[in-house]
Design a protein around this ligand. Sequence first.
Ligand code: PNS
Length: 161
Amino acid sequence: MKTALLPGSFDPPTFGHLSIIQRAAALCDKLYVAVGVNVSKANNELFSIEERVMMLKELTRSSPHIEVLPFTGLVVEFAKKKKADVLIKGLRGSSDCEYERMMAVANHKISGIETLFLFSDEKYSHISSTIICELAYYGASLEGFVPPSVATHISQKLPKK
Ligand code: PNS
């Protein structure tokens, strides 16, 4: 596989995301990690797109064939612009499947671009950005959920108690 594009909101980037990014990167010559807005989460964002891109660039800088970029608009339009052959997405479990199936079918219908899915490693399948924000809000440790640099950025965002 030549070029793949892995889209997501990554708000914040987690160990689960990083695992999927590294596994996807092992399957292709070039991987774009595309950071975009999920409209259903748009009013509840912790980090700006620029902050998420900055964190992901830092976390992937040892892999030269991974490029982290922001995108707006339809993901398939961005994939075409970057000449990506395929989209790759991660699935944590059955609760993710139906929504992702509908998006993959719609994306294929409007562009012809296929989506490949990687199931999360079991040790990361309990991690979600929503749960991380909740843990952080109540002052719980984020060790094992997000890299230390991301945990620091999260603690700087949240109101001091
Ligand atoms: O990590 P997420 O929140 O599941 O990422 C969702 C994202 C940003 C990849 C998705 O909402 C998306 O692709 N948004 C751009 C608009 C688009 O192309 N939607 C799909 C049309 S079916």
